[in-house]
Write a protein that binds this ligand. Structure first.
Ligand SMILES: Nc1ncnc2c1ncn2[C@@H]1O[C@H](COP(=O)(O)OP(=O)(O)OP(=O)(O)O)[C@@H](O)[C@H]1O
Ligand SMILES: [Mg+2]
Length: 247
């Protein structure tokens, strides 16, 4: 995949922020330097996940408005070298202009191997801003019709924006629930409905919530982290298996 990746979904709560953080961590563990930009204005959470919530003085809207220099709004993770974050503003009214956001990312991109942009839910202006500087995308979905509909809407918008390098992440997958729901015959039908090539199949894994609640310091080995390591390799173009570790 290309090196500026927007993580989007359409439907809320599919796991965009979790995928953004776990992919960033996996890329850093594979010796890449990563900037994770939280683009979810008003609903920021990535600073909590990376344990830097008390450090943040400036967010990306400060950089954009000129309240600080661009690099003053970038913070290093306490837990990992080579992992950096730019936080979203707390204020939901703080809409960020897509062109100015693109200028910001273009200025910062020379410092990093990968920039991961965590998009807000929906396909409105927040998503338009998040995808503006991206040259590739991960669409995160759960294996259910409402979520797939969001993925299709997102894919169409990405394609309109000339982003063709797109991978589908099916997250929180649980075989028993999937079979009981009986909405799709098999996973191929889910992938066909989304119209996006599958790049990761992440199991439902309760331990992954530790990242949300305790930050990445609490991130130990789990079935999902194994999949995220494979996702990071696939993002870099390696031909490795999906490594689904669920039941
Ligand atoms: N693979 C997984 N297994 C179990 N729980 C998960 C998994 N991925 C995410 N979750 C949980 O699902 C919830 C929503 O995840 P997350 O906040 O990453 O979604 P989101 O798409 O970023 O949401 P929003 O649309 O609000 O930004 C969180 O409680 C998270 O811990
Ligand atoms: Mg989120």
């Amino acid at each position: 995949m290309n090196n500026i990746i927007v993580v989007a979904s359409g439907k809320g709560g599919t796991g965009k922020s979790t995928v953004s953080v776990c992919l960033s961590v996996a890329l850093v563990q594979q010796n890449k330097k990563v900037l994770l930009i939280d683009c979810d204005c008003g609903m920021r959470g990535v600073d909590l996940m990376l344990d830097v919530e008390n450090e943040i003085l400036f967010d990306c809207s400060d950089a954009i408005c000129g309240n600080c220099k661009n690099r003053e709004a970038v913070y290093k993770s306490k837990n990992m070298d080579n992992l950096y974050i730019m936080a979203a503003p707390f204020d939901a009214d703080n809409e960020i202009n897509p062109d100015i956001f693109t200028e910001l990312v273009n200025d910062l991109k020379k410092d990093y191997d990968y920039i991961i942009i965590d998009s807000p839910a929906g396909v409105g202006s927040g998503f338009a801003t998040a995808m503006a500087p991206a040259n590739s995308a991960l669409v995160v979905t759960n294996a259910e019709p409402t979520s797939i509909r969001g993925a299709v809407n997102v894919r169409r918008k990405l394609e309109k924006n000339n982003i063709k390098d797109i991978g589908l992440v099916i997250n929180r997958f649980d075989r028993k629930t999937f079979d009981k729901m009986d909405c799709y015959y098999d996973l191929d039908e889910v992938i066909d409905a989304a119209g996006i090539r599958l790049i990761a199949l992440v199991p439902f894994d309760i331990r992954i919530n530790a990242i949300m609640q305790r930050g990445i310091a609490g991130l130990n080995w789990s079935p999902a982290t194994t999949v995220f390591n494979c996702l990071a390799r696939r993002v870099q173009g390696e031909n490795v298996p999906l490594a689904y570790w669920g039941e």
